[in-house]
Design a protein around this ligand. Structure first.
Ligand SMILES: Cc1ncc(COP(=O)(O)O)c(C=O)c1O
Length: 414
């Protein structure tokens, strides 16, 4: 390392993002051989069949009709009250648990993950997530001087690995008094997996078992960034009803985001929604997270909070947004179904995809396989033990034949 004047905790930090790296290679290929020949499966945003970033039409209309004062004024640090109400109600739909619930506006879902780690794990502690996970979880932990550990997500039947989960949670809670566990469902990034209600019920039974000692605290951070592309609104939220009557030393926090569900990625609007059986826990949740907002970004984008409030308060607008989003949902599903059908035919192993922006092909040689695929102008993201394919971004016609190319590339490097 060269000359450095950074503080000791900051020295050497550099977020080299594999996703942006792979995307850069795809963009370069487009300039060389033209858009038609390049399959860019790296992008974590929806692209339509012309490879353009679509905005939900009603969201755009409401945004463009915002009063200028709603764009330029500061929002309250905790968020616009009407936005927070909308976020909570849209998060649960008809499945709101009977519990104390409150919310704080955050800079996207990322902000909710940030605040949860900062305020609910001790310095130096370990945060837990599954072995397939969204890379920034580790960056967020490291930056805040925490560690990230993982449990094996799938068992041999490719279902949620409850034993692995329980063992890791129990062993970490033997070493530390509080534990933040991040569960990204439904439509997990990068696999597309969604926990079933019975898996959730088993997870909550584990949570109750490991917190019988009141000195131990468990914080379940449920990252629902992709929930609006995971299936029917209430079916995909029915697990939320299970978060009733949990002991006071278990806190559930939902990390909600307008990035995907409202196609507002760059506007940085999200919310953290706390659920507890204990009134004091929720009062503290609001107080400490508002404080951290003040200390991190002050307040967030006001205009887009107002967009959500306006849409939520007008049921016709909301119905329109949902209908427009359903079109995108079906577009993504169709693409994933092409890959899944071809994978089945070609005996290509993939992780269990239920819904969402991504699917994953497991392989130990992901870098080498991706390098071979790049020669055919197919660009995907190499992960530690697999390759992530962003079906959200690849037009249907370009999905055809992709699974076979994966089979060839994997065989060639074996
Ligand atoms: C798993 C997961 N969680 C959360 C987010 C948060 O996104 P944002 O901060 O834009 O809301 C993303 C975005 O890529 C994601 O993939």
């Amino acid at each position: 390392m060269g000359y450095s004047i950074a503080a000791s905790h900051a020295k050497g930090k550099c977020a080299t993002d594999k996703i942006f790296g792979a995307n850069g290679a795809a963009v370069k290929a487009v300039t060389e051989v033209g858009k038609e020949r390049v399959v860019n499966a790296t992008v974590g945003a929806i692209l339509d069949d012309n490879e353009q970033l679509p905005c939900l039409a009603t969201v755009e209309k409401v945004y463009r009709e915002l009063a200028m004062k709603d764009v330029i004024a500061y929002a309250p640090i905790s968020g616009l009250p009407t936005y927070l109400k909308a976020s909570i109600d849209l998060n649960f739909a008809d499945n709101k648990p009977a519990a104390y619930i409150d919310a704080i506006a955050t800079a996207g879902g990322s902000g909710a993950v940030h605040h949860t780690i900062w305020n609910y794990s001790e310095l130096g502690d370990t945060v837990l997530t599954s072995d397939w996970f969204w890379g920034p979880y580790r960056v967020l932990c490291n930056d805040m001087l925490r560690k990230l550990d993982t449990y094996t997500l799938f068992d041999e039947q490719m279902h949620f690995n409850l034993n692995a989960f329980e063992q890791k949670v129990a062993s970490l809670l033997a070493k530390q008094d509080s534990l933040v566990v991040i569960i990204n469902t439904p439509a997990h990034n990068p696999t597309g997996y969604s926990l079933t209600d019975s898996e959730w019920s088993a997870v909550l039974d584990v949570a109750k078992r490991v917190t019988l000692n009141p000195a131990k605290r468990l914080i379940l951070l449920i990252d629902v960034a992709y929930i609006d592309y995971s299936g029917e609104k209430n079916a995909t939220r029915s697990f939320m009803k299970l978060f009733e009557q949990l002991p006071a030393n278990i806190l559930a926090i939902f990390a909600a985001s307008m990035s995907k569900g409202f196609t507002m990625y760059g506007q940085r609007v999200g919310a953290m929604i706390g659920v507890s059986a204990d009134k004091d826990v929720i009062k503290e949740f609001v107080d400490i997270n508002q404080y951290t907002s003040r200390a991190t970004w002050s307040n967030i984008n006001r205009g887009v909070q107002q967009v959500l409030a306006t849409i939520y308060e007008d049921k016709q607008l909301l119905a329109k947004v949902e209908a427009e989003r359903t079109v995108l949902y079906h577009m993504i599903r169709e693409r994933a179904e092409i890959f899944m059908a071809e994978a089945r035919q070609a005996n290509l192993t993939m992780l269990p995809y239920i819904a969402g922006f991504f699917l994953t092909v497991p392989t130990k040689n992901s870098e080498a396989v991706c390098a071979l695929l790049a020669k055919e102008y197919i660009f995907a993201v190499p992960l530690a033990n697999g390759i992530r394919i962003a079906v959200c971004a690849v037009p249907k016609t370009k999905m055809i034949g992709m699974a076979a190319k994966f089979v060839q590339a994997i065989k060639a490097v074996e």
